[in-house]
Design a protein around this ligand. Sequence first.
Ligand SMILES: [Zn+2]
Length: 284
Amino acid sequence: MEPFIRVNINNEDPARYELTTWQDNHIAIRAGFTGRSGGLGSGSFESFNLALHVGDDPDTVIANRKRLAEALEFSFDQWTCGEQVHSHRVALVSASDAGRGRIDRTDAFQGTDGLLTDEPGVLLTSFYADCVPLYFWDPVRSVVGLAHAGWKGTVQNIAGEMVRTMKSEYGCKEANIHAAIGPSIGACCYEVDETVMGQVRACLVPDLHLEQLDKVAEPSHTPDKSKLDLKELNRILMRKAGILPSHIECSRWCTSCHSDRFFSYRKENGVTGRMASWIGMKER
Ligand SMILES: [Zn+2]
């Protein structure tokens, strides 16, 4: 079953796909991914762009962020984000960091693609047009996290870095960690060259099995290109990091096939808005 469920049907409302399996299991958790409709933007950013770095009017982006925070029943002051650079750097977010990056990119966590917190009242967010949003939750230690994984972050194993940091900084155990892989470009629409495939093979070493490689990539009709399944590659890296297979959920949404619902960098030749992933624990 698709884990990311569209919770509001009216296109005037901020489009939200919520991780209902986690939310149904824990009253305090809020996690999900936005669609492209229900915002205030126009042109290439029509209408629910949530990122400040793509050339949209900043006031419109901030108004869109406020609309999402309000729909999630978080205060906008709790909206927290990193300045994403396709790295594997993970930041620890405390309650005193809440609000960083919500209005101005300069006070976001710099050079950071992974965010973790063990404090309620912090709304972690990150931004996407085809890259893979990863979600992490340890209900035992009450830790939640988000990671932005394009192909570069994926082959740098940001998934494994999140698990390693949850263990070392918060005392989490792999067996208790739940993970989810959100809407992103599918293998159907993601053609890559040999340079990328070389790094894909390298990130699966030392225990590279050909069956694993067959699962993540197949030859494309275009010469010297492969169709890469970034979601499946992240699932394999999560399992290598020790997360139980039954604790990993994966969305079937392809953002490029469904560019009516989602912004897609590839489908729209790089000029488009960004969706947001979010995760947070409500204050009691
Ligand atoms: Zn597709």
